[in-house]
Each structure stands twice: as C-alpha cells, then as structure tokens.
Design a protein around this ligand. Structure first.
Ligand code: NAD
Length: 267
C-alpha cells in the first residue's frame, strides 16, 4: 500500500510525524507523495481540506484518513495517540479498504474580465460575499429567477460542510448520506423594499443554483479555505458534483454522534 501524508505545522503535529513514519515503515507501508492510495492528513479539519484540494484530481483512486492532533474534528476519525492502531488497521485491510463516500459541490465561475471561467470542487462550502458594500445579486434555481438578494453574501455548502460555516449562519445540518446541497444567506437585508426568503434552502441533487451579482470588482469568492481573490464575477453556478470524496472507514463514527460530540457534549 502507498500513502501520502499532508500535515499542518502545529507543534503537536510535528512531534508525532517521526513516530507515524516509523510505524508505517515497520508495517511495509510505502510513502508515495504523487500516487498514493490513501492520503493521511495530520492536524485538523483544515488540514484535511488542504489534503482534499491537493489530491482532488485523483478522487477515484484515493481514500482520505484524518488524524487529529487537537480536539476531535469532523473529518478526523483517529487521535494522535492511536497511530499504531490506525496503521495496523490500514495494514490489515490492505487494498480492500472499507470506505464511505460523501457528496461534493461543483462550482463554475464566470468572470467578466479576460480570464473568464474557473471550475472548482468544494468539500465544505463556497462563499461569495462583498465586504464594505452590500452585495446585490440575482439568485436563480434551475435558470429561473428566484429572488433578488441584498446583504453580506451567500454560502453554498455540502452535507459534510453543513456543520461548518453554514451552521454558524443558521443553516440546517444535513446528514451526509443525503445527495443534496444547501444555500444559506449571510445577513440579508429584509425590509419593505428588499425581500429574500430568509431561510436556508436544501437543493436536490439534479437541481442547480446560479448567482448573478451586480457588476463590481470586489466580490470575495472562496472555496473551502481557498480564497479566489477579488474579481468582477459575472455568474457562479453551483450543483452537486459527479465526483465524491472517499474516506477510509475502518473506524467510522455515526454522523449524529459526531455532531453531538462536537456541539452538545455530555447530556
Ligand atoms: P480551521 O482548520 O481553523 O477550521 C475552522 C474551524 O472550522 C475549526 O474549528 C474546524 O474544526 C471547523 N470545521 C472545518 N470543517 C468543518 C466541518 N465540516 N464541520 C464542522 N466543523 C468544521 O480553518 P480553515 O482551514 O480556514 O478551515 C476552513 C473552514 O473554516 C471553512 O471551510 C469554513 O467552513 C470554516 N469557517 C467558518 C466560519 C464561521 O463559522 N464563521 C468562518 C470562516 C470559515
């Protein structure tokens, strides 16, 4: 088996890396930074997001596994003191590793300037917002005008991303087995003149959402933790991606146990 390691620079992470490498070597698991079968992320959810963006051109060939060096995260099933158990579970399952797949968001952006389009995949979400001035945009569902939006911005999230930024702005939590995505407002302006739905919306798998902002060169677009710069965006189309992310599921916490552990704790 071949694995790649993606890690952050936190002290706790750097401390366990030599032990991880030694453990992999003693189990004859090879490091291959270019063509791995398993990508091991060591750090937090942000590290797993970076690992996804580094290997998102090989989604059919790789499975991801997260080791957390802080609190238990959403994409991390193993803790830093469980390296031996984790490596043994990889060795035991070999190439017939049990896996679980989660939906991703397909993001197509058209810019008004010369470099006129971009295509991205998001694991958590994509955010379009305008800082300093009100964002004004048309929101279309399946090419039909749904509403005129005014406010700070809009977040479009995957089911696994629903517990991240989306949750902070009042969106619902979606079970990741649901093939759907969610559109959630950031501080919409609602008064006698301007009106948006106000609630977040869960969009079905074959539907698509298009956001057409009024022309301005200071829209801030992000895909997970990647900032796409401030550009004049003509339109963005969001739909569920054909690709999915696969996680190693030799150990798998039920989704709502994870949600409870992260947000509620002991009851
Ligand atoms: P990071 O690794 O510090 O992540 C920020 C926090 O979000 C961490 O506590 C992390 O555990 C948590 N997180 C990430 N993905 C999650 C998920 N799917 N479910 C629940 N919690 C999750 O920083 P980063 O590398 O910049 O991470 C980027 C992510 O941070 C973005 O994708 C976005 O979801 C999140 N974020 C949240 C807010 C907010 O809640 N107001 C604002 C900006 C970004």
């Amino acid at each position: 088996m071949k694995v790649a390691i993606v890690h952050n620079q936190e002290e706790k992470t750097l401390k366990i890396l030599p032990e991880l490498m030694e453990c992999l070597a003693s189990h004859q698991i090879e490091i291959d930074a270019d063509h791995p079968e398993v990508v091991i992320s060591v750090g937090g959810d942000g590290t797993l997001l970076s690992a996804f963006h580094r290997f998102n051109h090989r989604l059919n060939e790789v499975q991801f596994l997260g080791i957390h060096t802080g609190h238990l995260g959403f994409y991390t099933d193993w803790r830093d003191y469980e390296l031996v158990d984790m490596v043994e579970s990889l060795k035991k399952n070999g190439t017939s590793m049990p896996s679980i797949q989660y939906p991703l968001l397909d993001v197509v952006v058209h810019y008004r300037d010369k470099e006129n389009s971009g295509h991205f995949l998001a694991l958590n979400e994509s955010v379009i917002r305008r800082v300093g001035k009100t964002m004004v945009a048309d929101v279309l569902i399946n090419d039909r005008l749904f509403e005129h939006f005014r406010g700070d911005g809009l977040v479009v999230s995957t089911p696994t991303g629903s517990t991240a930024y989306n949750k902070s702005i009042g969106g619902a939590i979606l079970h990741p087995e649901l093939p759907a995505f969610q559109l959630t407002e950031i501080a919409s302006l609602n008064n006698i003149v301007f009106r948006t739905l106000g609630s977040s919306m869960v969009i079905a798998e074959n539907d698509w959402v298009t956001i057409i902002p009024d022309s301005a060169d200071d829209y801030h677009l992000s895909v997970d933790q990647l900032a796409m710069g401030n550009r004049d965006i003509e339109k963005i189309t969001y739909r569920l991606a054909a690709e999915k992310i696969q996680f190693v599921a030799t150990r798998h916490l039920p989704f709502f146990t994870r949600v409870k552990d992260a947000f509620i704790g002991e009851v």
